[in-house]
Design a protein around this ligand. Sequence first.
Ligand code: AMP
Ligand code: ZN
Ligand code: FE
Ligand code: FE
Length: 279
Amino acid sequence: MTTFRADLHCHSICSDGSLSPTEIIQKAVEASLQGLSITDHDSVNAYETALPAAKQAGIELISGVEFSSMHEGVSVHVLGYSFLHTNPKIIDFCKGHQQRRQERNRGILELLTENNMPITEEEIVAVSPIKHSTIGRPHIALAMMKKGYIENVTDAFLHHIGEGKPCYVRGNLFSVQETIDTIHEANGFAIIAHPHLIKESNVLHDILEMNFDGLEGYYARFNPSQNERWISIANKKGWLITGGSDFHGDIKPAISLGCAWAPEETFRVLRDRFEENNK
Ligand code: AMP
Ligand code: ZN
Ligand code: FE
Ligand code: FE
C-alpha cells in the first residue's frame, strides 16, 4: 500500500509561483499525491480553476492561503485552510493585503530608484504571468534581473530587497491575531507556517500561546530533529500537525512538489471541515 500524502503548502502564478493552478494539479498527479492545498500568498484566486481540475484528476483539493502577518515587528506567515474559497471575509482580507502590498511595492521601487536601479510599477506587473496575482518581492527581483541590475533572484534579496537591506520596506502588516480571527470567522483552521523561521524567542513564545489550531510540523527544508521539535510542541497542545513543500516552481528550483506532506489523519480533519463549509 502506498503512503497517503497530502502536500498542504505550495504557490501558483496567483502569487509568486511559476506554475498555473492547473499545472500544479498535473504535477500533483505526477508526484502521486492524493491530497493538496494551494496556499498562495494573500490570494485564493487559484481555486476557480484548480477545483474543477482537481476533481477531474482525482486529487482531493482543499482550500488554503498563506497570509503574511506581523507580531512585535516580526514577520509571521499564517496558513489558513478549509474555509469556503468564496467566503467574503477571506476575500476582503485578501483585498486588504493587495492594497498594503501595492503601497509597500511603491516604497521599494522608490528606494531602488534612489539607488540608481529605476523600475516602474508597470515593469513589475509585466513580469507577473497573470493579471491580479499577488505581486511581491520575487516579482521585483525578476524585474531587476530583466533590467540587468542583478544576476539572479538570490542576489536581489542578498544585497537589495531582503530584510535589513538598503531597499527593503516592510510596510504595514496585519497582526497575527487579526489573521487568526479572520480565518476563524470563515470557519477555517489557522496554522503557524514554517515555525523554525521565527528566530525571536519572545515572538515564538507569544504566538504559541495564541488561539492557533495547529502548526506546520513537516516542512521541505526541515531536518528530522526539527520535525520532532515541532511535532512534540503540537502534540502537547493537542494541535493539528500539517505539512507541505512550499513549492514555488522555478524561483525555488530545489524544492519539488510533494517533498513534504501532512499525515492522513490531519488531512481528513481539514477535508471534512472544507466539505462542511461547501454544503
Ligand atoms: P514578500 O511576500 O513580497 O515579502 O516576498 C517574500 C517571498 O519572497 C517569499 O515567500 C519567498 O517566496 C521569496 N523569497 C524570500 N527570500 C528569498 C530569497 N533569499 N531568494 C529567493 N526568494 C526569496
Ligand atoms: Zn513565496
Ligand atoms: Fe511562507
Ligand atoms: Fe509559502
